[in-house]
Design a protein around this ligand. Structure first.
Ligand SMILES: Nc1ncnc2c1ncn2[C@@H]1O[C@H](COP(=O)(O)OP(=O)(O)O)[C@@H](O)[C@H]1O
Ligand SMILES: [Mg+2]
Length: 229
């Protein structure tokens, strides 16, 4: 369970998060919907403890990251897979090495254990047999799937998706959406999905919140006029 409690964040006079509260229950997908530049990425980074907040706190299973030291925050972060806006794959590494990177960096797994794990992940993301390909030969949607694969490398409890479907055609968007839903249903991964795409929000969200001018509010029914207004 992640609890975000009364979190506020300003950059100089720009109020980005204004008393934001919500929680992420186990095996739940929470969507934060909002147009570009509203603070969605800042919110994810604040929850991870990467961006310090001005006030409020974030609790992981009851433990406040504002009250613990850097090494404990690091342990908590290992439970979170972050799918970056724009994927952040390494062009010089093939699919296998991109997905394996967190395992190689953070564990002492042997080469064959790493390979087995990546093969498992490729099956989950629907890209079996593609380990030798380089990012340049993948479509935008495939890169997004690999980015999800890399976020899965350390078997995190939570997944944070930053604009997972932005810029994708409808077919690839559905593949990414279905993967996000599958990860929740079959593997009990909870997550936060930040997006400005209404269809993605509707398809994946167990709960949907709108972030606008720093304030968060729960959305009960998505209507275009609410979003644009
Ligand atoms: N490190 C920073 N310093 C100053 N302003 C920032 C910083 N990070 C983000 N911002 C500002 O905060 C606002 C929200 O940014 P962001 O969270 O990236 O928006 P979103 O992800 O919703 O598109 C933007 O106006 C952005 O310019
Ligand atoms: Mg963003």
């Amino acid at each position: 369970m992640i609890e975000v409690k009364n979190v506020s964040k300003k950059f100089d006079s720009l109020i980005v998060l204004d008393n934001v509260s919500f929680s992420v229950g186990d095996a739940r997908l929470i969507v934060i919907l909002g147009p570009s530049g509203t603070g969605k990425t800042v919110l994810l980074k604040a929850i991870l403890g990467l961006t310090p907040v001005d006030s409020g706190e974030v609790l992981f299973d009851g433990k406040s990251i504002q009250a613990i030291d850097e090494s404990e925050i690091y342990e908590i972060r290992k439970n979170i897979g972050f799918v970056f806006q724009g994927t952040a794959l390494f062009d010089s590494m093939n699919v296998l090495d991109n997905i394996a990177l967190p395992i190689v960096e953070h564990t002492s797994a042997s080469t064959s254990e790493v390979k087995d794990k990546v093969v498992q992940i490729l099956e989950i993301i629907g890209m079996s047999g593609k380990e030798k390909l380089y990012p340049r030969s993948l479509s935008g949607g495939m890169k997004r799937l690999v980015a999800v694969g890399r976020a899965l490398a350390l078997d995190p409890k939570y997944l944070f998706y930053d604009e997972p479907t932005t810029g994708l055609d409808p077919i690839m968007r559905d593949r990414v959406v279905n993967l996000i839903i599958d990860l929740k249903k079959k593997y009990a991964k909870s997550g936060i999905v930040v997006t400005h795409d209404l269809d993605t929000a509707k398809a994946v969200g167990d709960e949907i919140y709108m972030l606008k001018k720093g304030k968060i509010s729960k959305v009960r029914q998505i209507r275009k006029e609410v979003y644009n207004g």
